[in-house]
Write a protein that binds this ligand. Structure first.
Ligand SMILES: *[C@@H]1O[C@H](CO)[C@@H](O)[C@H](O)[C@H]1NC(C)=O
Ligand SMILES: *[C@@H]1O[C@H](CO)[C@@H](O)[C@H](O)[C@H]1NC(C)=O
Ligand SMILES: *[C@@H]1O[C@H](CO)[C@@H](O)[C@H](O)[C@H]1NC(C)=O
Length: 442
């Protein structure tokens, strides 16, 4: 065999392994935005980055200009270094919002000036309170080709006023997100910091083709409901290389709530999540509990969670309907986490009393593999719904260690298989049929 042939074999072997040292990325999941034909700075719209001037009008005027001008390739809105205080504003299609190094878009704490928007149809009401909800700080609806990026600039929600209202029970409506994209496609969010969101940080809902990569999301552990990234009734979402430390689930895949989510019927599907690091008093990675439109074809891998409540939490409830199926979570390291894994059918409240008590979720075909944990307190809970037992749950190569004995698995109304699981799995996961699903899914 000549050197050329050796080279070919080597090249084939390398590409099969993903290339020499190359790792999988979201690149290509969404077309790279074109070179923008126009460039403008928020400073030229009467804005000031002095931390005191309110720039809501400046952002609105800049976005209106972008929409009117329709430059070939779209436009870039530059946010220079400085602190740009603002109320909520909307984005346009074919636009890049670029935060320079040292640029901070800071939400005003004058909560009475925040506009209200309609509830999402798949929730039927605000997530926290009946009626409307506050508009997100940065909002996009019905957009295509939106890019939010920069040089590690910060989007700061100054959420403490909202958290205080929540704690005192004085919130009039559901709190706002830092970024919400609705009914949009081809969106990329990268190289920015999200800080102190009033509520969930990044909420793509009814979207397709979304990439979120290389972002930092931080909020105190005691800040209520500050989920990191919640893909909701969205498809083809790729999230990678993020550091997230907040007061609630770091990533939660959702799809609407009870009778409203069932009627709307839009699943979250084809969701890829990789290389996420961080800590949460709740879960590192979760699905649910709002899954009424269904969640399927999810791959989450190379996750590293510490000082957290749950490593992985898959949650739904009676009344949710919908399904959770074909979810794979692999290559997870956990340190100082209370529960390694929890899959449960009795989690989360209801929007109102009108939910259908017979709407039982279907949970089928979940594979959790290659999990290494230390300082774990409880292996976990796997608890289906008696009238709708969770099926084909596969646990493989899961090693959970504790500083004292790890409390054993608790299982109820589930079936599946377990291979190389420590502490030893419950008998529900040792049937022959469960094992064959498990072996085939690896
Ligand atoms: C990640 O973002 C930082 C700044 O936020 C940037 O310096 C770095 O190059 C980015 N990495 C990638 C792979 O884009
Ligand atoms: C971006 O900012 C965050 C928060 O300040 C910081 O932790 C991170 O190291 C920065 N990343 C880069 C690449 O500068
Ligand atoms: C399961 O989901 C993966 C993506 O995570 C997808 O590639 C695969 O085709 C799905 N399998 C089925 C049977 O739909």
């Amino acid at each position: 065999m000549g050197p050329r042939r050796w080279w070919c074999l080597l090249a084939v072997a390398l590409s099969a392994a993903g290339g020499a040292g190359a790792q999988e990325t979201c690149s290509g999941a969404v077309p790279e935005p074109p070179r923008r034909g126009a460039w403008m700075s928020v400073a030229s719209f009467g804005g000031a980055g002095d931390g005191r001037t309110l720039n809501t009008q400046a952002f609105a005027a800049a976005v209106a200009r972008i929409e009117r001008r329709r430059a070939p390739g779209g436009a870039l809105l530059y946010v220079p270094p400085g602190v740009w205080l603002t109320g909520p504003f909307s984005l346009a299609s074919h636009m890049t919002l670029f935060l320079a190094r040292g640029a901070v878009i800071r939400a005003t704490q004058d909560t009475s000036s925040w506009p209200l928007v309609d509830p999402l149809p798949s929730y039927g009401r605000g997530r926290e309170l009946p009626g409307k909800r506050y508009m997100s700080l940065i909002h996009g609806k019905g957009l295509q080709d939106v890019f939010i990026t920069g040089e590690n600039g910060t989007i700061d929600g100054q959420g403490s006023v909202w958290w205080d209202m929540w704690k005192k029970g004085t919130l009039p409506f559901t709190r706002p997100h830092l970024l919400e994209l609705m009914d949009s496609s081809d969106a990329i969010v990268s190289n920015v910091v999200f800080q102190d969101s009033p509520f969930w940080n990044i909420h793509p809902v009814y979207c397709s083709n979304v990439v979120i990569r290389n972002v930092t999301i931080i909020a105190p552990h005691d800040s209520p409901n500050t989920d990191g990234i919640d893909p909701d009734s969205s498809s083809n979402v790729c999230i990678e290389d993020c550091y997230i430390s907040t007061g609630d689930d770091l990533i939660a895949v959702k799809s609407g709530w009870d009778e409203y989510g069932i009627a709307y019927g839009r699943p979250s599907s084809d969701i890829t999540i990789r290389r996420i690091t961080g800590s949460s008093p709740f879960a590192g990675f979760s699905v649910g509990s709002e899954t009424s439109g269904g969640v399927e074809n999810v791959l989450a891998e190379h996750l590293n969670f510490y000082n957290s409540g749950f490593g992985i939490h898959i949650k739904t409830n009676t009344g949710r309907g919908g399904f959770i199926r074909n979810v794979t979570v692999s290559d997870v390291t956990l340190d100082n986490v209370r529960y390694g894994l929890r899959i449960a059918g009795d989690v989360g409240g209801h929007p109102d009393e009108r939910y259908n008590h017979n709407a039982l979720p279907i949970v089928d075909s979940l594979t959790i593999k290659n999990v290494q944990g230390q300082n774990i307190k409880e292996a976990g809970l796997l608890k289906g719904i008696p009238k709708s037992a969770f099926s084909r749950i596969c646990l493989s190569n899961i090693k959970l260690h504790g500083s004292t004995a790890v409390r054993p698995w608790k299982c109820e109304a589930i079936s599946g298989g377990a291979l190389e699981v420590q502490p030893s799995p419950c008998t529900e996961l040792t049937s022959t049929s469960g094992m064959s699903f498990c072996t085939n899914s690896l």
